[in-house]
Design a protein around this ligand. Structure first.
Ligand code: ADP
Ligand code: ASP
Ligand code: MG
Length: 468
């Protein structure tokens, strides 16, 4: 049966789905059941990227590198050693070469840190994974080929958190990827790309979801599937609250808000390419494909029927910067100066509240988070804006309720604050969006807070409560 390009499905497998030979086999059963799956995007096997990030710390001595490198190799050999030696010899040889490259790159980085070299090292996890996956497909008799994602995903040179150049990527996909998809199944890497001069880049932690969405957009796919270790998007992280429930359907806006505010199940940028081409996203578990899963679809919520609170998200380890200056009093342009300075350092401001003489803001951690975002250089530069005092509160968590019409619903704040009466709330942000209500609390209280809020909005009969 010939499948036209607009019927292609793009299927992404996350780290746990490709962490063992048995897990890869489960993924292969999933894709061979569906002739529409033409493009498979894989992450590094679970845990590998974390180890590679450890190897990027220039403070490590050469002796300290050895156990980390050994751990990475053990994870890879646990799969490689089970492959039939004669089916995909060329791919096995490339994997062995990549293992040697990892040693060499880790050694160079321990001598001098270099962001481009760090991305080259980080890319090895996905590059090995894509070759392992293709080898298993081939030895199971499925016609398939590997395509290096760096040939098609073109980015700027912001190593660690590169921005994808959509027109260039679309052009490369049409030239190199689509003709191959017409022949057989193609396996490629998530998370990685390359600059115009072919230097390897990475898209930030969890970026494989985003890669898959960009490729789905570029080939105009019918469906994007994200297979992970949980059977869908839940009302809250199911690893934190056992009463969490799978949400069967979400609209793009709800999913985008959830991802942006910390639901790790989707990389925050994933939904945008899907929105641009109205491509439905399915999220399910490769370990339990029969379970329901979640469909994220274009349809905006019908205002008659929308549910007020759809889910709760949590983002840990936030820092709150408070800038206090009497020069703000009835002045103009003060905030502009602060924001310009932070923009110059490519810091993206997440949440802001102001009073007459002070402003408090959080910064969004991006990239591979090697370093403190607010370096002493930035803090010193901020001091030059005027006569200001700065304070930084760390170890905070951002809790967000994601839903609809939150800014127009009487009584919602009362329900939230009633549950939070025993906790200190450091900052609140409400009103800018119909879809979120967020606040900062101590990291130590975050788990308890999401449990009580989950009980309030998802475990009680709230219709009954409202009528009380
Ligand atoms: P993958 O490696 O497959 O990309 P991730 O670890 O990035 O998987 O994302 C899946 C994890 O996201 C789950 O194991 C779960 O702990 C976490 N998570 C956080 N919030 C949610 C949520 N609302 N629904 C489902 N999973 C969530
Ligand atoms: N392997 C990368 C990470 O762990 C990308 C991904 O898994 O999406 O961040
Ligand atoms: Mg992920």
């Amino acid at each position: 049966m010939r499948i036209s390009t607009n019927q292609y499905w793009v299927t992404k497998f996350g780290g746990t789905s490709v962490a063992t030979y048995a897990a890869i086999t489960r993924c292969i059963n999933l894709v061979t059941n569906h002739p529409n799956v033409r493009l498979i995007v894989v992450s590094a096997p679970a845990g590998v990227t974390n180890l590679l990030i450890k190897l990027c710390q220039s403070s490590l001595s050469q002796i300290e590198l050895i156990p980390i490198l050994d751990e990475v190799k053990t994870k890879i050999h646990a799969i490689l050693d089970l492959l039939k030696p004669d089916t995909a010899e060329h791919l096995h040889a490339e994997i062995r070469q990549l293992i040697k490259d990892m040693n060499r790159l880790a050694l160079s980085l321990s001598i001098t840190y270099n962001a481009a070299l760090a991305d080259e090292l980080l890319s090895c996890g996905e590059r090995i994974s894509a070759r392992l996956f293709t080898s298993v497909l081939l030895e199971q008799g499925v016609p398939a080929d590997h395509l290096d994602a760096r040939c098609v995903i073109k980015t700027n040179a912001s190593f660690g958190k590169a921005e994808v150049l959509i027109p260039e990527t679309t052009q490369q996909v049409a030239k190199l990827l689509l003709p191959k998809c017409a022949q057989h199944m193609i396996v490629t890497e998530g998370f990685i790309g390359s600059t115009a001069d072919d230097k390897t880049t990475t898209l930030g932690r969890g970026g494989s979801d985003y890669s898959a969405a960009l490729l789905a957009e570029a080939i105009n796919a019918e469906i994007l599937q994200i297979w992970t270790d949980v059977p869908g998007i839940y009302t809250v992280d199911p690893n934190l609250v056992k009463q969490a429930k799978v949400i069967k359907n979400l609209c793009f806006t709800e999913a985008a808000e959830l991802a942006r505010f910390g639901a790790k199940v989707l990389h925050p940028a994933t939904v945008w390419p899907a929105i641009r081409k109205r491509i439905p996203i399915f999220v399910g578990s490769s370990f339990n494909p029969e379970a329901h899963g979640t469909w994220v679809c274009p349809t905006p919520p019908n205002h008659e029927e929308v549910e007020l609170v759809r889910a709760i998200a949590l983002r840990r380890h936030q820092s709150l910067l408070t800038i206090h200056s009497l020069e703000m009093l009835e002045a103009h342009g003060f905030l502009a100066k602060i924001f310009t300075l932070l923009a110059k350092h490519k810091l993206s401001i997440d949440i802001v509240t102001t009073s007459e003489v002070s402003v408090a803001l959080t910064l969004n951690h991006a990239g591979n988070c090697r370093e403190e975002l607010l370096t002493s250089e930035i803090l010193n530069e901020l001091q030059t804006i005027g006569n200001i005092s700065l304070s930084i509160d760390r170890n905070l968590s951002l809790v967000t309720l994601v839903g609809n019409q939150l800014h127009r619903t009487a009584g919602i704040c009362q329900r939230i604050f009633n549950q939070l009466r025993h906790f200190n709330i450091r900052l609140i942000c409400h009103g800018a969006s119909a879809h979120n209500f967020c606040f900062l609390v101590d990291d130590d209280h975050a788990d308890e807070i999401i449990k009580v809020l989950h009980a309030e909005f998802f475990e009680n009969d709230h219709k009954l409560q409202e009528s009380i």
